[in-house]
Every structure is written in structure tokens, then in C-alpha cells.
Design a protein around this ligand. Structure first.
Ligand SMILES: NC(=O)c1ccc[n+]([C@@H]2O[C@H](COP(=O)([O-])OP(=O)(O)OC[C@H]3O[C@@H](n4cnc5c(N)ncnc54)[C@H](OP(=O)(O)O)[C@@H]3O)[C@@H](O)[C@H]2O)c1
Length: 284
């Protein structure tokens, strides 16, 4: 079995993180898989080689992050880390006018601050092995739409951080990539819908009068898009390339929306793009 070195992946309990952890294990990486519940670690262990090690890692908990980094460093002995995949993320949906500010803060705590907190903790190990960083962004970090503004803002921020990190880490040849998936079939949309339902209980009745029909249209369109989403395989392939290729790319747009479609949409005049998005989502 090949020994490709060690990688840490956050949010490995389900979806993209789980698929990456299992695939990278079969490729020959020693995978440290971030989970928050012991049962998720047990489930991964059953389906992987004995090399895969679940690690407790809530990326919004500084103590957990430093304990995880210390444990991984110890487990590696003198060797460094070949890769860090910043995958864990959440979607906070809802109309910005009534979005509780604590929900907005939580969105940024996990999808932005947490990514940098984990990166800071593992950089000494990455530097030792000239490892690579792979951030899981989103096409929502390239194009923003209604009712997902908080999520989009967090992924736009991750784009900026990725570019800055890549330049800052050049002296050590630590490459930084971002993978930008469109809809991928994972539990995230279901979780986002459940969170949006819970949020609706917190907003005033006026919010539902003002935004109810539009929010419903966007929900229906999102569910339809999600049902047509690609499988996790496309993301896994991009992550494996970003980690192992001689010339990794800086950005990987993956999923059913091609890079060309995204580039075209971004280059349209704003009001044309607004009209296209509104039409797609069934909005006036
Ligand atoms: N699926 C898509 O359509 C899509 C498209 C573009 C980008 N993405 C991005 O892909 C990444 C993975 O999402 P997914 O689709 O695979 O969703 P998912 O199945 O919901 O997985 C999200 C993962 O993040 C973990 N997580 C959430 N909060 C965390 C925290 N505070 N600390 C540590 N882990 C935490 C979850 O762990 P628990 O099980 O413990 O909650 C879970 O393992 C996210 O960054 C997402 O934004 C997804």
C-alpha cells in the first residue's frame, strides 16, 4: 500500500468530508478525520483501513483545535502534514432584513474564523512537510443570491482568505487551493432547510408577510437544484488532485455548473445577472 503521508480533514462525519476521508484513505494517505460525535468516528473506522484516525474537532472551539493539533503532531512523530482539507461548514439561510445577528455571527464563526483557526493550528506541521491546504468553498462564493446572503458572504470571505494565504505561504511552497462546488448531493440542504424552519419561528410575523412567497419560491427552486446535484465524487477528485498533482490548480469549479457558465454569469452586467437569477428562482 502506498504511503502518501498524513492529511487532516475537518467535517468528516457526512457528505463531502466523509467521502474525501474514505477516498484519501484508499489512495494511501494517513487520514485524520475531524468529527464531533464519537459514533461518527466509529462509523468511519468500520469503513476504512486501520490507518484512518478520527479526531474530535469542532472548528468553533479553540481548545478542541489546539488539542487536535497537538495530538496529530505527536502521532506524526517528527514527520509533517501533507495536507489540510478545510471542509467543515454550515448554511445559515434567511432574509437579511430579519436574520438574527447571532445567526450571522455563527455563520462566520464556522465558515470563516474556524477555517483560519484550524489553518493556524496545523501550519507548523504543514510547513515541515511542505504540505498543501485545500479549502472547500462554493459557487456561492462566486455568485450571491437571495436568502443565502450570509452563506455566500462567508464563502466570498473564504475566497479572499485563500488568495491571501496562497501569497503569504509562497516562501515555503505551501500550495493553497479552493474547490468551488455547485450543488452536491449531501445532507447539507436538508440541514439548511431545517435550520431555516427553526429561524422562521424567531422572526416577526411581518417578515413572513413581506418575504413569505419569495422565500417559498427560492426554497422550491433550491430543492429542485439540489435534487439534480452531482455526487460527492466530483469534489473528491478535485481534492485528490489539489493534494497530489505535480501542478495543483488554484481553483476547482466542480459540479453540474461548468466553470464557463460561472465565468459568464460573473461577467454579465449586474442587472442582467439579477434578472437571470430571479427568473431561475421563480421570483418577480
Ligand atoms: N453540498 C453542496 O451542495 C455544497 C456545495 C458547495 C460547497 N459545499 C461545502 O462543502 C462543505 C461540506 O458540506 P457537505 O455538503 O458535505 O455538508 P454536510 O454533509 O452537512 O457536512 C458538513 C460537515 O461539517 C461539519 N461541521 C459543521 N459544523 C462544524 C463545526 N462547528 N466544527 C466541525 N465540523 C462541523 C458537520 O459535522 P456534524 O455532523 O458534526 O454536524 C459535517 O461533518 C461545506 O463547507 C459546504 O459549504 C457544499
Amino acid at each position: 500500500m502506498a504511503d502518501l503521508g498524513a492529511v487532516v480533514i475537518t467535517g468528516a462525519s457526512t457528505g463531502i468530508g466523509e467521502a474525501c476521508a474514505l477516498h484519501l484513505d484508499t489512495l494511501g494517505y494517513r487520514v485524520f478525520a475531524g468529527i464531533r460525535k464519537a459514533a461518527d468516528g466509529d462509523s468511519l473506522r468500520k469503513r476504512a483501513s486501520s490507518r484512518l484516525t478520527p479526531i474530535r474537532l469542532d472548528i468553533s472551539d479553540e481548545t478542541e483545535i489546539s488539542v487536535a493539533a497537538r495530538n496529530v503532531t505527536e502521532a506524526l512523530g517528527g514527520a509533517g502534514l501533507k495536507g489540510l482539507i478545510n471542509n467543515a461548514g454550515i448554511v445559515v439561510g434567511g432574509m437579511l432584513e430579519f436574520l438574527p445577528l447571532d445567526s450571522l455571527r455563527r455563520q462566520f464563526e464556522v465558515n470563516v474564523i474556524g477555517q483560519i483557526a484550524v489553518t493556524q493550528a496545523f501550519l507548523p506541521s504543514l510547513r515541515k512537510a511542505r504540505g498543501r491546504i485545500v479549502n472547500i468553498g462554493s459557487v456561492s462564493g462566486l455568485i450571491s443570491g437571495p436568502f443565502t446572503g450570509a452563506y455566500s458572504a462567508s464563502k466570498f470571505a473564504l475566497e479572499a482568505l485563500t488568495d491571501a494565504l496562497r501569497l503569504e505561504l509562497r516562501p515555503w511552497k505551501i500550495h493553497v487551493s479552493i474547490v468551488e462546488p455547485s450543488f452536491i448531493q449531501t445532507p447539507i440542504v436538508g440541514k439548511a432547510m431545517a435550520a431555516a424552519d427553526a429561524l422562521r419561528e424567531q422572526v416577526p410575523a411581518e417578515a413572513l408577510q413581506l418575504y413569505g412567497p419569495a422565500a417559498r419560491a427560492v426554497r422550491d427552486a433550491t430543492q429542485a437544484d439540489a435534487a439534480r446535484g452531482a455526487t460527492t465524487e466530483v469534489v473528491v477528485k478535485a481534492v485528490a488532485h489539489a493534494l497530489g498533482a505535480r501542478r495543483p490548480r488554484t481553483r476547482y469549479v466542480v459540479g453540474n455548473k461548468s466553470a464557463l457558465q460561472i465565468r459568464l454569469a460573473r461577467s454579465l452586467p449586474d442587472r442582467w445577472r439579477d434578472a437571470l437569477i430571479a427568473k431561475h428562482l421563480g421570483l418577480k
